[in-house]
Structure formats: C-alpha cells, structure tokens
Design a protein around this ligand. Structure first.
Ligand code: DC
Length: 229
C-alpha cells in the first residue's frame, strides 16, 4: 500500500528506453488503475524553464516553477495521455531529445525533486496506481507492495528508440542515440539525490530479449503472487 492512503501502488523504475512507459500504460489499462508518468513532471519543469527563460542552474527558481506547474493530464484512447501546460497542449513538445536532456539536468536538483514529491504522491488514488519513473520504489512510494526494476542493455534501448523514430518517419542516428542514452544513464545513476537503482526487494526484469507482452506477463504474475489481483 502507499504510505499516503492505503492505496495499492505498483512501482516500475528503470533506465530510459527500457519500455517502462508502454508496460505501465498496459498495466494501468488491464488493472483499471491510475497512471503516474513521473518523468513527464521533470520534462514539464524543463519545458516551463525554457518558456519562462529560467536557466537550468538556477535551482531555487526551478523549484518554484516545479512547485507551481500548471499542468493537466487528460487520458486519451489507447492509454495515451494528453499533457497540457499553462493551457497549451505540450504532449509532443515534452518528448523531444532536447527536453529529455534538460529534464535529466533538472532532475538532479534536490529542491526540484522535493517540490515534485507531494504532487507525485497525490496520484495514489483508489483503486490503485501504476507509478513509472526512476525513484518510485526507492523514494516516492517506499511502501509499495510490488516494485519492479525494468532494464535492458543500452544497445537494445538505443535500437528500440531508433526503430520508434524511423517508424514515425523521423531522421535518426543510432550512434548518437546510444551516446545520449549512455550519457543520461550516467547522470541518472550517479546523481547525489535519488539516484537510479533497484529498490530493496524489487523484482529485476532484464528485458533485452523479452517482448513487451512477456514483460507484462511477468509483472502480472508478481501482482498475483502478492495477491493484489
Ligand atoms: O522517463 P523520462 O525519460 O520521461 O524521464 C525524464 C528525465 O527525468 C530522465 O532524465 C530521468 C528523470 N526522472 C527522474 O529523475 N525521476 C523520475 N522519477 C522520473 C524521471
């Protein structure tokens, strides 16, 4: 249960590109639970900083921005989420590589993380929550009954991202994507506050050679084992 209100929480943490987003959307849909995409909050803070001309080293101002983010998440068909910042649909703007890089810088700032903490915990509402991020099991929902650490090799994650971009008809350079993934891992895993690592007791799912369906099956089996479904 979450420490907040006895609502069951499933946490799925892991490095970028491991498939957490898709797995969390599918799990939330199958379970009929709410979904928290915590990475979106860091991306939104980075985008708001860009919009308001706040430099990425101004921790105090970034924390104020994070605390007062005027954001709405509006569920769409097929488990997708429309993200609205200050009245503007930014669902696509927060997914650029530029915003991803800035988000990883902003996410290393302790005051920003603190400012986003209670906002994330507010997502734990009946009948349950699927929480996607880096520190869901280690910091935000430490009492969650099921914690997953979903990972895959950097090469496999780069390949998946490359194929995703190609499918959308976008230009993609696999070597550059791999470099960015390694750089982001380095920042997320080695920062002082809430570094990316498996939570104590987390089930580690190494998905390099697994399909999304196989990952969902493993997570569902774990929920059954803990008698949550
Ligand atoms: O999962 P994502 O790529 O949308 O996350 C964007 C950035 O935010 C990424 O660099 C890691 C960071 N992040 C974090 O530090 N803690 C979280 N709970 C979620 C994301």
């Amino acid at each position: 249960m979450s420490q907040e209100n006895n609502v069951p929480v499933l946490t799925i943490d892991g490095p970028g590109g491991a498939g957490k987003g898709t797995v969390c959307q599918l799990m939330a849909k199958q379970l009929g639970w709410h979904l928290l995409d915590s990475g979106a909050l860091y991306r939104l803070t980075a985008l708001a900083a860009q919009k308001h001309g706040v430099p990425l080293h101004d921790e105090a101002s970034l924390a104020v921005l994070a605390q007062h983010l005027d954001v709405q998440f509006i569920p769409q068909d097929a488990g997708l989420m429309q993200t609205v910042l200050e009245g503007e649909d930014v669902s696509l703007d927060i997914r650029t590589e530029q915003v991803a890089g800035d988000a990883s810088v902003v996410a290393a700032l302790p005051l920003v993380r603190e400012a986003l903490l209670s906002r994330q915990r507010d997502f734990a509402q009946v009948p349950g929550l699927v929480a996607d991020g880096r520190d869901m099991g280690t910091v935000v929902f430490t009492q969650a009954p099921v914690k997953i650490y979903l990972t895959a090799s950097a090469e496999e994650r780069a390949k998946r991202r490359y194929l995703q971009l190609k499918e959308k008809g976008a230009d993609a350079d696999i070597v550059k994507i791999l470099q960015e993934i390694v750089q982001r891992d380095e920042r997320d895993m080695n920062r002082e506050v809430a570094p990316l690592k498996p939570a104590q007791g987390a089930l580690i799912v190494e998905s390099t050679n697994m399909s999304i369906e196989q990952v969902v099956d493993v997570v569902m089996t774990e929920l059954e084992r803990q008698q949550l479904v």
